[in-house]
Ligand binder design. Sequence first.
Ligand SMILES: CC(C)(COP(=O)(O)OP(=O)(O)OC[C@H]1O[C@@H](n2cnc3c(N)ncnc32)[C@H](O)[C@@H]1OP(=O)(O)O)[C@@H](O)C(=O)NCCC(=O)NCCS
Length: 149
Amino acid sequence: MRDLDALVAIDAACFPAGIAYPREEIEFLLRNPQVMTVVAELSGIIVGFAAFQRRQPRRSHPIGRYGELVTIEVLPQFRRQSIGAELYQTLEDSLRDWGGGRMQLHVSIENRAALSFYRRLGYRVIDRAPGYYLKTIDAWQMEKDLASS
Ligand SMILES: CC(C)(COP(=O)(O)OP(=O)(O)OC[C@H]1O[C@@H](n2cnc3c(N)ncnc32)[C@H](O)[C@@H]1OP(=O)(O)O)[C@@H](O)C(=O)NCCC(=O)NCCS
């Protein structure tokens, strides 16, 4: 929670107004015991963060434990240095340790950098969600099966 200001600033630098999280939403994420958040720190400065939520369907449900990637973001001047990949790997390792079998996420169809990033990590598109962002921008729903990687 002591990093809240830094996370709010990173989010505002990474996403346009309207898509960036309000401060209360980031605070809510940090307080949610089902959400794991990790930060990337360089020389004492936070340059990125990522979060995923543990999802546990009812016991009778055929789909087992999985994760939902909530966000992953690196300040523009620190990109393409594998910081995003390292943040992501920390979350995936945590999901595996918890017994999760797959990770899901949504990404704007206009976000080509993130789409390349996720494909490189082994994600595939499973659906298209119309108007997912601001009721006007579609998103790809993507998934990675952890058992097959
Ligand atoms: C997506 C994001 C987190 C990637 O972070 P990053 O630290 O730059 O990523 P990495 O350096 O670990 O990149 C790993 C690989 O992903 C791919 N990749 C990352 N950024 C890319 C880009 N702009 N264009 C094409 N491929 C890209 C590359 O294959 C890259 O490997 P390479 O550098 O050896 O070619 C970063 O671009 C970001 O913060 N974007 C804004 C926030 C955002 O859109 N988050 C996703 C929301 S759904």
